[in-house]
Design a protein around this ligand. Structure first.
Ligand SMILES: *Cc1c(COP(=O)(O)O)cnc(C)c1O
Length: 377
């Protein structure tokens, strides 16, 4: 049987909430499951945040930028080492992404380079970037204390892309709750799924209201259809939210299993020359290890690189994937300004995502490790 990178895994409680939605005829993009799922998420992230369930993580990021007034001609700083969905909503708003490279410990936004980028953009453009989007890649928290200190110093709002970081903590603080906004994703392969969905973590009840208004076509509160602003159809369906409620009952177990698999990978691969398992840099970081990842240094492995390992594992019906290709190297963003230090390109040149999550067994990890050891002597 194929071992997948990260499959959805149901608690068994999902159908109960979906059935309830059918029984009460709440088969629409609002309703009791949506409200209850939002309440579950608010309780989970703590820090008095207000959560809006939406159609996707991408929609959440888009509404955060709309909420911050990002518009045509603006610049928005975005981590380069990420999935394209972190940057696409910047372009939806007619703004320009400015990419910032990573630092080698977390693989996330390099605070030093971030500050250099801000100063440089102010010098060139005569005004500040409108927002900063750091990412908690593969669940590893970014250096949020440094990033927030810089953002506050220059008074630039932060939107945390926590799509991969549900349950990750930094300094005992849930990721997604440091910045002005945080986004979550419940796509099929993330920490939990709603089949497709996302959420925006808002700083206040007013921002939540405003986000819900924009997400439901910006309809003014009068009996007829009155519109004074451009709206979006971005709300989560009550059926999807039912899946989400079921998934919340098993999230803690998922987190424990992702972290357990990280320990197993470290145990089995940790002492191979040239293989580095990505782990928490120090005890302030608590990654959810959404995907476990390794770097392969062919100089130390006797010439074996990450692509050879990927093909060998694929031949054994085990799915692995290269790391995200940095946005500043993507053809679609070739015109965007970028502040780079070589780290993300080196990561892309050496990294591999290994199967993770509740559908991966201890035996799978043992088999994966023995295939890797067979190649890297
Ligand atoms: C998955 C993902 C998104 C987008 O989430 P969707 O729910 O798929 O729209 C955004 N950023 C990152 C880093 C992601 O991994």
């Amino acid at each position: 049987m194929r071992v997948h990178l990260c499959l959805a895994h149901m608690s068994g409680n999902e159908m109960k909430f979906i059935q309830e939605a059918f029984d009460t005829n709440w088969v629409v993009p609002l309703g009791p499951n949506v409200n209850a799922f939002e309440a579950d998420l608010e309780a989970f992230v703590e820090h008095d945040r207000h959560v809006v369930a939406l159609a996707s993580g991408t929609a959440a990021l888009h509404l955060a930028l709309v909420g911050l007034g990002v518009t045509c001609g603006d610049e928005v700083i975005c981590q380069s080492m990420t999935f394209s969905a972190s940057a696409n909503p910047i372009v939806y708003q007619g703004a320009t992404p400015v990419f910032v490279d990573s630092e080698p410990d977390t693989w996330n936004m390099d605070p030093t380079l971030l500050e250099r980028a801000i100063r440089d953009r102010v010098a060139i453009m005569g005004r500040k970037p409108k927002a900063i989007i750091p990412v908690h890649l593969y669940g590893m928290p970014a250096r949020m204390d440094d990033i927030m200190a810089i953002a506050r110093h220059y008074a630039i709002p932060v939107v945390e892309d926590a799509a991969e970081g549900l349950g990750s903590r930094y300094c005992d603080h849930e990721v997604g709750t440091f910045g002005d906004y945080g986004i979550m994703s419940f796509n099929g392969n993330k920490m939990i799924t709603t089949s497709g969905g996302g959420a925006l973590i808002c700083p206040s009840a007013e921002q939540k209201q405003r986000t819900m208004f924009l997400a439901t076509q910006a309809r003014e509160p009068v009996p007829y259809y009155l519109h004074k602003e451009i709206g979006y159809n971005y709300r989560m369906s009550n059926i999807c939210a039912g899946i989400g409620r079921g998934q919340m009952t098993i999230l803690r177990d998922h987190l424990a299993w992702h972290r357990h698999l990280c320990d197993r990978y470290v145990e089995l691969l940790g002492d191979i020359d040239g293989i580095t398992v990505h782990t928490n840099p120090d005890n302030r970081f608590e990654s959810n290890f959404w995907l476990n990842t390794i770097l392969v240094d062919p100089v130390k492995t006797g010439g074996v690189d990450h692509e050879q390992l990927r093909l060998a594992l694929e031949a054994a019906n085990i799915e692995c994937r290269p790391l995200w290709k940095p946005m500043h190297t993507q053809p679609v963003f070739s015109g965007a300004p970028a502040y780079v230090n070589g780290v993300s390109e080196q990561l892309f040149g050496q990294g591999l995502c290994l199967p993770s999550g509740p559908c991966v067994t201890d035996d799978d990890v043992t088999r994966i490790a023995s295939i890797i050891k067979g190649l890297v002597k």
